[in-house]
Write a protein that binds this ligand. Structure first.
Ligand SMILES: Cc1cc2nc3c(=O)[nH]c(=O)nc-3n(C[C@H](O)[C@H](O)[C@H](O)COP(=O)(O)O)c2cc1C
Length: 337
């Protein structure tokens, strides 16, 4: 049976372009984040607490907001009020950038999927650090863990990628409960090459060298399109560099679930990504004790249970929220009890 969001809100949001709907939703949640009277209304969706400790952090429940929805960190109080057990903002890049030209988000309702080629449109590390600092000063900082996901600026050549990550890391680490190194978005040319053995190892050790005092948990977000041997190397490099966890996975470049005439360039998310992403979790868990955060095709109670049974410690949702609304949080939380 459809929930109230699916019956009443989704048809309205889906009647306008995906990016306009996104802007409207983020704008509303941003406004609600500044109004004390608005937040209690959002709390109606909150699931019951089911606490979890990971990375030395306390999560009120294991269901998090995946990166990309709140790239600029403008609505942290609202996400917490909705009941997310943790919030990941970003991807943030060292330089502010507009992203690719529009349209760049596409819905596929029959497949319960999205394709996006946003290309890390964001305000840049400096502006986001100022925004987060202000939020801390005004006492509205959420009580749930906040992760900050960082990536490479589009205009920075791949050979200077590490300096770019380090710039964002230095500026943002003080606000983050954990930092995510995103090496897996398909929409920044060359970015996924950072998953290759030499570049990946260099990036992790450069970050580790700058993390000796702050000691923030460093998490790596990987793509679903890796061959088993590539994944093995990534996992062992993560272990060698004391990486706290792996987020599996980002969007896929495999569009075989989309009819050819409707296909768009970009990363595919949602239901068609579910199995591929779960298979990667199983592979990681079979060979390592490194904690896994599941992301990819969590659209309902079943898909959430599948990720936990595969060995994931925490979950993140994005496309599921677009299709199922905030009621999805309680649906998943109840299924996991
Ligand atoms: C429109 C859109 C934008 C995204 N932007 C980012 C991003 O900036 N950084 C990132 O690490 N992942 C990004 N993602 C990937 C999601 O965080 C998530 O890993 C992926 O969509 C798979 O989960 P899902 O099937 O629940 O959507 C984005 C996804 C979508 C649909």
């Amino acid at each position: 049976m459809k929930n109230a969001y699916e019956r009443f809100v989704r048809p309205l949001l889906f009647s306008i372009s995906a990016e306009t709907a996104h802007r409207f939703t983020i704008g509303s949640l941003r406004a609600a984040s500044h109004v004390d009277l608005a937040l209690p209304a959002l709390k109606l969706f909150q699931p019951a607490a089911s606490r979890k400790k990971l990375f030395g952090l306390n999560f009120p429940n294991p269901i998090g907001l995946a990166a990309g929805l709140d790239k600029n960190g403008v609505a942290l109080p609202a996400w917490a009020a909705l009941g997310f057990g943790f919030i990941e903002i970003g991807t943030v890049t060292a330089k502010a950038q507009p992203g690719n030209s529009k349209p760049r988000i596409f819905r596929f309702p029959e497949q319960n999927a999205l394709i996006n080629r946003l290309g890390f449109n964001n305000d840049g590390a400096d502006a986001i650090a100022r925004r987060l600092s202000k939020l801390q000063r005004t006492g509205r900082w959420p009580e749930v863990p906040v992760g900050i996901n960082i990536g490479k600026s589009m205009s920075t050549p791949l050979s200077d990628a590490i300096a770019d990550y380090l710039y964002s890391f230095r500026l943002l680490r003080e606000f983050a409960d954990y930092i995510v190194l995103n090496v897996s978005s398909p929409n920044t040319p060359g970015l996924r090459e950072l998953q290759g053995p030499d570049a990946f190892s260099e990036l992790l050790s450069a970050i580790a060298a700058k993390n000796l005092i702050t000691r923030k948990p460093i998490v790596v977000k990987i793509g679903p399109d890796l061959a088993p041997a590539e994944l093995d190397l990534i996992v062992s490099t993560c272990e060698a560099n004391k990486i706290a966890g792996i987020i599996a996975t980002n969007t896929t470049i495999d569009h075989s679930s989309i009819p050819a005439g409707q296909d768009e360039q970009g990363g595919l998310s949602g239901a068609p990504l579910r199995e591929k992403s779960t298979a990667l979790i199983r592979q990681i868990v079979a060979r390592s004790t490194i904690p896994v955060v599941a992301s990819g095709g969590i659209m309902d109670a079943d898909s959430a249970r599948e990720k936990i049974e595969a060995g994931a410690q925490l979950l993140q949702i994005y496309t599921g929220l677009i299709y199922r609304g905030p009621g999805l949080l309680r649906e998943i939380a109840e299924a996991l009890r």
